[in-house]
Design a protein. Structure first.
Length: 107
């Protein structure tokens, strides 16, 4: 059912006028208490979220920790020596300056 724009405007204006002409409904003094009592009596929806939603929540909770771990690892790798031959030679041999990484393996 399609309405033209002018028909929609007429209907909208009619609803607005009807709403503004309506008299306010009297409300008892204990109405808020009755509303809260009714809300408390409503049943709770115990439908547990699906596993995908739980996994998504876990991923987003772990995202900041993963970011921090990646940042620390990147900083650690940036501060490391790009050629680890000297460190390996220092661990294995007594005079690390004369050793080369390839010499350690006999090549």
């Amino acid at each position: 059912m399609r309405f033209a724009k002018d028909e929609k405007k007429k209907i909208r204006d009619a609803f607005i006028n009807a709403h503004h002409q309506k008299e306010p409904v009297p409300v008892s003094r204990d109405f808020p208490q009755q509303v809260m009592k009714r809300i408390r009596k409503m049943e709770i929806d115990d439908n547990a979220p699906s596993y995908t939603i739980r996994f998504e929540r876990l991923v987003w909770r772990m995202a900041p920790a993963a970011f921090c771990a990646i940042l620390v690892l990147c900083l650690f790798i940036m501060n490391m020596n790009p050629t680890p031959e000297y460190e390996i030679a220092q661990l294995v041999g007594s005079d690390p300056i004369t050793y080369d990484f390839l010499q350690l393996y006999g090549k």
